[in-house]
Design a binder for this molecule. Structure first.
Ligand code: ATP
Ligand code: MG
Length: 286
């Protein structure tokens, strides 16, 4: 019972669903229980703690939880003694500067002697120092976007994904302070048992991430076009080629990186490929 890996995830909010899904994709289910503070995992020696995202770095620093899932924005703002071990590819957003939609912001010097409302005072101060700007930071705990409208601030620094909240409050995004996504953090002094468990967990996370970025592709090709088609396909080692029942034709199977996908598909069609099927991959172990 004591030799479990304790992970802290957000109790509810924008990271909750994706955090639970990531565990599930790694073969780790959550036992249903009435306890909303913590639960055990199925199939893996893990205990899951549900916390406010702001508190996760502190709990991981103190080894109350060995690891945690939290946004980079929170990790850098809280500045606790934890290590980032992996970027998880979800919870993407930007910490951005926004000003009234009619203001003329060209560079950071616009902020000189202005008042900035934010829930990220540390990151804002770092940004100001880097740009040699003197401004007054008003650290508030929420609803930052209304601060200019009520005369509390001339600019804000807040998280943005679509920008619609800013727009509704008569603001425009003018500069990014930090690009952020969810990351896995760990306590700096894990014992060897927890480190081993973390390595197992990481192995699964990487297999899932890799699979998400790749697609399995199957296509039919006339044999006289095979060489050209194969040269377009990377495959994990090299493409698989199987004869079709119809003479003169083959079936070609391969794995494609999502980023090259559309480009390669177009070239495959031009090269004479037919009946192209693309299917998602669940796990990928290299
Ligand atoms: P908690 O109650 O846990 O403190 P919260 O209200 O502080 O929750 P959420 O709004 O649920 O936090 O956001 C959690 C994290 O999701 C953010 O810290 C950030 O990393 C990420 N995120 C992704 N997109 C956005 C967005 N558009 N706005 C805010 N956060 C976002
Ligand atoms: Mg929070």
């Amino acid at each position: 019972m004591s030799e479990v890996l304790k992970i802290a995830i957000q109790k509810s909010g924008r990271l909750y669903d994706d955090s639970v899904k990531m565990l599930k994709d790694c073969g780790i289910g959550l036992k249903n229980g009435i306890n909303r503070l913590k639960t055990e995992a199925d199939n893996f020696p893990m205990e899951i703690y549900f916390l406010r995202d702001d508190d996760i770095p502190q709990y991981v620093e103190d080894a109350v939880a060995h690891i945690g899932i939290v946004g980079e924005n929170i990790v850098y703002e809280k500045n606790k003694q934890v290590n980032i071990v992996e970027q998880l590819g979800f919870g993407k957003c930007r910490l951005s500067i926004a000003v009234g939609k009619n203001e003329k912001y060209e560079r950071a010097s616009f902020l000189n002697n202005k008042r900035i409302a934010t829930t990220y005072p540390l990151l804002v101060q770092k940004f100001l120092d880097k740009n040699k700007v003197n401004a007054e930071i008003h650290a508030i705990s929420g609803s930052v976007e209304i601060a200019p409208g009520i005369g509390l601030a001339d600019a804000i620094v807040d998280l943005v994904s679509s920008g619609s909240t800013l727009f509704m409050n008569g603001l425009k995004e003018v500069e990014t302070v930090l690009e952020s996504q969810a990351v896995l953090v760990k306590n700096k002094n894990l014992d060897s048992i927890r480190q081993e468990l973390l390595d197992k967990f990481l192995f699964r996370i990487r297999a899932v991430k890799k699979a998400k970025n790749n697609k399995y592709i199957l296509l039919n090709a006339p044999n006289n076009k095979l060489n050209e088609i194969i040269s377009l396909l990377p495959g994990m080692k090299s493409p698989t080629v199987l004869p079709l029942a119809e003479p003169g034709w083959s079936s070609v199977h391969s794995v494609l990186d999502e980023n090259d996908f559309w480009d390669i598909i177009t070239r495959l069609k031009e090269a004479g490929a037919q009946g192209i099927l693309v299917v998602p991959i669940e796990k990928m172990i290299l």
